[in-house]
Design a protein around this ligand. Structure first.
Ligand SMILES: [Zn+2]
Ligand SMILES: [Zn+2]
Ligand SMILES: [Zn+2]
Ligand SMILES: [Zn+2]
Ligand SMILES: [Zn+2]
Ligand SMILES: [Zn+2]
Length: 355
């Protein structure tokens, strides 16, 4: 019966009887005709024929297969143009719309302000339903609407469902907050993002004494507001103990450094000495090799030549030794051998070579 009941006709009494369904006594909806030419609304007739297989008006025998749709355009238009009220007109209150029956569906959706509808965000979880006219009011507070943080202008980039901003605002960096020590008297307020910076210098924050712990052991247990701590530290027993200990440590360190310095000097001396000895050994070896070379080439030399050369070699040896032990201000090895060569060439002329 729903197809018929949903219409609320204006001036029901003045509607011509040929447009009325004899079963429901309401204007025809989906009119159909039986072979006996009687006309009914389709749905009530189908229901009736299922119980009694004859025409409700003339009792002519028939069944559902005998039903014929009426398609005559003018007849259909007369029915569809019957004036109805909006179905959301409840006993005179509610929607005041009236119009042709064929327009009612279009009026209800999407126009009728009294039509009961779910929230636009029903799929997101909102369970609100209400008159269409109240939807905008609802959406203005609906917890499922996606919104920006109210501090977007301060560059907060948060977006989320409206029902969550209370959570977000609890942590939003762009909310202006008081110092967490405001009850202690700190007047500071600023963006939450700068609070921790402030707290690191806030005079009202309680901090431990700087001698609270030393070398892993607990010392001074005193805590106080930062602005009062300086006072305490001046009188803190641990500070006195610690500064005495530090003085002793400093003296010990100086002594250690003195010891290290003299030790380093001694090491340096030993190193220099051993270098000289090593140099001397090396030069002596060179001198030995020089002597061998000179003596090994005696062919064509006179006895005297050999003697001179040996003298040169010995002189060279002594000069080398002297250079190592007392460097500076003495003729070099080259100069010494030159002198001997001159002397040899003067003394040795005309003598026989060694055979
Ligand atoms: Zn009939
Ligand atoms: Zn309406
Ligand atoms: Zn909603
Ligand atoms: Zn925010
Ligand atoms: Zn503060
Ligand atoms: Zn202390």
């Amino acid at each position: 019966m729903s197809g018929i009941q949903k219409y609320d006709y204006v001036s029901r009494d003045s509607i011509p009887s040929r447009l009325i369904d004899p079963i429901s006594n309401l204007p025809l909806v989906n009119p159909v005709e039986l072979p006996c030419a009687h006309i009914f609304s389709k749905q009530p007739l189908v229901e009736r024929l299922a119980e009694n297989a004859f025409c409700p008006t003339c009792r002519h025998q028939c069944d559902e297969n005998d039903i014929d749709s009426i398609t005559e355009r003018l007849f259909i238009l007369m029915l569809e143009d019957l004036t109805v009220r909006c179905t959301n007109n409840k006993a005179g209150s509610g929607c005041t719309w009236t119009g042709p029956r064929k327009d009612l569906a279009n009026h209800l959706t999407p126009d009728c302000p009294f039509d009961s509808i779910p929230c636009d965000l029903a799929t997101s979880g909102c369970t609100w339903t209400g008159d269409r006219q109240n939807l905008q009011t609802h959406l203005a507070t609906c917890g499922f609407v996606q919104i920006d943080c109210q501090h977007k202008s301060l560059e907060c980039r948060w977006t989320g469902q409206r029902q969550h901003p209370d959570n977000h605002l609890k942590t939003c960096d762009f909310v202006t907050v008081h110092c967490s020590e405001s009850l202690e008297g700190c007047p500071w307020e600023g963006l939450r993002s700068t609070l921790s910076n402030h707290l690191s210098t806030c005079n009202f924050v309680k901090i431990p004494c700087e001698y609270a712990e030393l070398g892993g052991s607990q010392m001074c247990l005193h805590k106080d507001k930062r602005m009062l701590m300086e006072n305490h530290v001046e009188r803190c027993n641990y500070r006195i103990v610690v500064s005495a200990a530090r003085g002793i440590l400093a003296i010990q360190q100086q002594q250690m450094e003195g010891l290290q310095r003299s030790l380093r000097a001694e090491i340096e001396e030993v190193r220099t000495t051993s270098n000289s000895l090593f140099g001397m050994h090396r030069l002596l070896a060179q001198v030995e090799r020089l002597k061998e070379r000179v003596v090994g080439r005696v062919d064509g030399l006179t006895q005297r030549d050999v003697h001179v050369l040996q003298t040169i070699a010995e002189d060279a040896e002594s000069v080398l030794l002297r250079d190592v032990l007392m460097p500076g201000n003495f003729p070099s090895l080259g100069e010494a051998s030159q002198n001997h060569q001159i002397a040899a060439s003067q003394e040795g002329q005309g003598e026989n070579p060694i055979s």
